[in-house]
Each structure stands twice: as C-alpha cells, then as structure tokens.
Design a binder for this molecule. Sequence first.
Ligand SMILES: Nc1ncnc2c1ncn2[C@@H]1O[C@H](COP(=O)(O)OP(=O)(O)OP(=O)(O)O)[C@@H](O)[C@H]1O
Ligand SMILES: [Mg+2]
Length: 604
Amino acid sequence: MTITLEGVEGEDRQDFTRDESRAMRQRSLRLLGSLLRPLRGRVIIAMLIVAVSTGLQTAGPALIAYGIDTGLPAIIEQQDAMPLALIVLLYLAAAIAGAVLMWQYTMLSARISQAFLFDLRGRIYRHAQLLSLEFHESYTSGRIIARQTNDLDSIRELLDSGIQGLIRGVLYMAFIGIALLFLDPMSALVIAASLPILALLTRWFQVTSQRAFRATRIYSARLIVKFVETMTGIRAVKAFRAEERNAREFGQHVEDYRAANAKAIGVFGVFDPSLVVIGNVVVAAVLLVGGLRVADGTLAVGVLLAALMYTRRFFDPMEEMAQFYNSYQSAAAALEKISGVLDENPSVPDPTRPIDLWKARGAIRFDGVRFAYRDDFVVLPDFDLDIPAGQTIALVGSTGAGKSTLAKLVARFYDPTEGSVSLDGVDLRAMHPKDLRRAIVMVTQEAYLFSGSVADNIALGKPGAARDEIEAAARAVGAHEFILALPDGYDTDVNKRGGRVSAGQRQLLSFARAFLADPAVLILDEATASLDIPSERLVQEGLTTLLADRTAIVIAHRLSTVAIADRVLVMEDGRIVEDGTPTELIGGTGRFAALHKAWRDSLV
Ligand SMILES: Nc1ncnc2c1ncn2[C@@H]1O[C@H](COP(=O)(O)OP(=O)(O)OP(=O)(O)O)[C@@H](O)[C@H]1O
Ligand SMILES: [Mg+2]
C-alpha cells in the first residue's frame, strides 16, 4: 500500500483554469442531482415541516405581546380571564406542535442524509473496484481511502448539521423579520441598520476561518499519512531503527496541527464575542427607541417586549450560519473529488457485443502488438508471438525487460496500444468478461489473502466449490499438509493469531486457488519466488500437475523452474531475443546458455 503525502496534498490544489473549474462543478452537480433525485419527495416534505415548525416557534413572542397588551387589561379591567387563558393555551399548543414537528424534521432529514450517504458510499466502492489496474497504479490507495473516509465525512457533516443550521437559520431570520414588520416596523429598521456591520464581520470570518480550516485539514492529513506509513512499514522502521527519527517527525506534525487548530479556534474567539456585542448593542438600541415610544404612548409595552425577544433571537442562528460556509466549502471540494473518481472510465472497457467462448483451448497470439504505459515510453515496440494451446512457456529476461507487461496483456489488465492479443482467435477486447476471467488466470508474487478461512480463500478460484474440490486442489499443489497443521485446518481464519501463514504458504494457497479455477491459460509471474528449495521441489511436482493440460506462461528468475517448460523465451527490452526448447537453448551459445551456466555454477 502506497500512501503519499503528495497524493493527499495535491488534492488541495487551487490553480485550476476556469474551464476546468466549470467542468468540475458541472460534474459535481450532475452527481448531486443523481443522488438527490430518488429523495426529492422526502426533501420537499422535510422543507414543509421545517417551515411550519419554525413559523410556530416564531409565533411565541407575538402571542406574549398580545397576552400582555390585550389579555392582562381584560383581567384587570373586566375580570375576564378568558383572553389570557386562550393565549396561554395557544402559546403552549404552538410550542408543543413546533417541537413535535422539529422532531419529525430531525428524523426525516437524518433519513435523507443517511440514504444519500448510503448510495454514495456504495457507488464509490463499486466503481473503484471496477476501474482498471491502470487507474489504481496511478491513483494511490491513500487517496482512494480518503475518498471513502474523509470526503464522505465532510459531506456527512454538511448534511447532518451544516444544511440544517442554514435552513433553520434562514427561515428563523425571515420569519422574525416578517413578524417584526407587522408588529413594530421601527424595531425592524433598527435591526436592519446593524446588517451591514454584521455582513462585514461574517465576510471576515468566512475568509479567515476558511484559510484556518484548510490548514487544519492539510496538517491532519499529514498526520494520518505519517501514521499509516509508519505502521504499514513497521518492519522497515524496526529494521533500520527509524523509531526515533519518526517520532521526531511525527511530533513536528502534531505540533503543526495543534498550532493550526489554535489559529482556527482564535478566529471563533473573535467572531463569537463580536456577535454577542453586536446583538446586545442592537437590543439596547431597540429598547431605547421602543422605550421612548412607550413613554410617548405610541407603543404598547407588550409589543416592545416581543420586539426585544425577537431581536435577541435574531442573532442566535448567526454563528451556525457562518459555520455553514466552512462545511459547505469542504463538502463541495469532497464532492468534486468523489465525482472525479466516479467519472473515471475503465481503460479496459467491456465489449458492447461480447463473443462467447465457452470452452477455450488456450492458444494465445500477439499480433503486431505495440504497448506503452505512458506515451513517451514504449515497453513493447513491435511484438509477435504464437503460443499453441497446451504449451508451457518459461519467460526469462533481465529486470525491466517487459515480462510482467506481457503477462498483464495476456490477462487483459491492459489493452495493447496497437495490434491485438487473442485467445483461440478471438480478440481479448471482444471476449465476454466472464469467459475471459474463467479462461485466463494470473498468479503473482503478491498472493493476497482476504479475511476469512483458508477454505474461503481457495474457493475464490471457483465460487461455490465443495469442500472435496477445495481439498483436492490443495493436495494437487502440495498445500494439504501444512493446512491440516493449522489450528482449525481448512477453517482457520487467516487473519487470526495462529492462522498466520508464511509467504511461501501463501503462494501455495494461491496455487490451490488457481488449480481450482482450472483455467485454459495460467500465468505465473514470479509466483514461486518465496518458496524455499525443498518446498519448491514439492511445488515443482505440484506445478507439473497445475500446468498439465493447459497453456502456461511461467515467469521466474529461478532457472530451476525452466526445466518443466516445453519452450523458453528470453526477453530483452521488450523483444524476444531467444526462443527454443530448454535443451536447445542450454546447448547453444546465446544469452540463455550463459545465464544457465552462471546459475549452475552458483549452485555448487
Ligand atoms: N504501471 C506502469 N507504469 C509505467 N511504467 C511501467 C509500469 N509497469 C512497468 N513499467 C515499466 O515497463 C518496463 C517493463 O516492466 P515489467 O514490469 O514488464 O518488467 P519485468 O520484465 O517484469 O521486470 P522484473 O523482472 O523486474 O519483474 C519497465 O521499464 C517499467 O519501468
Ligand atoms: Mg515483473
């Protein structure tokens, strides 16, 4: 697993051209649209509920004003408690109904955001898995992990608190404005006078806090990358005694992160008290302007009280709304990055009209193949090769000669830049993906084991295989004995203590997997590299079983493997330089003969 800092930081680049930015925005909006479309009914209902609920909550002060100005005089002057009682009941009813609706709104909006995230999470996983190897070789796993974790988290935060705060804040302020306009326009005017200052303060907050938050995001990403890198490379760390240096570096990252957080908190430290001061000054101004009018007899006391309560509440949602901007920014950036991944097309596309090849014989043909990973560096300039069905090929050649590249082309992890690779005369690009996967299997040095039992891991070669078949496969490649010696035999969990297997044993398991899959063409790329000589001998026998009756391409640096081949290909700089039976080549004067002699000499 490679997790690079560049991969994480590169995401925060800002220097996009205008066209690039527009394209990215459109891509995000398309994704957003496709995610929201199935939810739109629920979104509309949620909006209605929150509007009514906020309306009911804003009714409170107006009811109080009415109670004081109309209900109280009725009791005092006419001994009539009815109006006041009515208002108290109304007040209670509005409060309770508002609360119940708010509860409904919270539940509904949580369901909406969960459905949204559920959909998006699944899409990222499925799509990332579908993308070709080419994508994964350049898009580091650290970045794809960040898509599934950090980015989804930013979006979740926006959905769970950001948007809610914004919607409620906007509605609240709008309703208060309306209520005040009806009740006492003069107080509304006083509040309006404070709006320019408020706008300036909010703008300052947005600019400064955005910078501060971006810094905390970058530093926290660095912290995570350093941590993950240290822990995944723990063996190298220990081997080279890098603990102390790592600890120093990590300490620096922690310090940077702390400082960035302190700065971000500092921004709030200024913003929050400023809001409180502005709010209180405005309350005082409303009190002054209103008090004078009450003294004049032009304003009722109850109305003044209501105006004061409204003014007070008007400023409450401000902080949450200012915060919205931050969560919006990081969620928008996250959505842009996610939509980027979802927009990637597999570079090895499935055919539109696939050709079925039920029973492949296994004849492989390279026809005028030219292949380059990058435009400026051609790995295979002009490649022709015919492998008859059933032949076992040993492919040798120096490091970087293009052996693995050839293997990846046969397995269709990549498509040739020019020319074609075909199986039994059918171009791999036209083959049904299912048939292709059944016919051609590649085993690499990696021999990855997934969590689950040993049997599960072998059964990956043939989903639904019976236990007998699994055991037969393990026997065929010589893995049965060591599996039985594991704590729970075939049911041992490969990730549990005791279930840990060695690198060589892992390779045997991947052989069993390949044997069970029983493909027409089998490619082994350095698949025997981790085996010791005795177990390699054991495997040698297993290999003979494994390779019998099928086309095989065996890439091995160990020349002992070559003995079981029908034909040896020596590759240099993307070309075949020697081609013949092992005996022919060993007996000759070419590179292979020299190589073989050096190897023989090294054995004694
Ligand atoms: N994903 C990739 N992107 C770009 N270049 C690559 C990629 N994989 C391999 N190459 C380049 O292609 C050339 C051939 O690599 P390849 O892996 O096929 O060599 P190889 O013969 O398998 O070597 P080795 O014996 O070391 O495994 C090398 O120069 C390598 O740098
Ligand atoms: Mg290789």
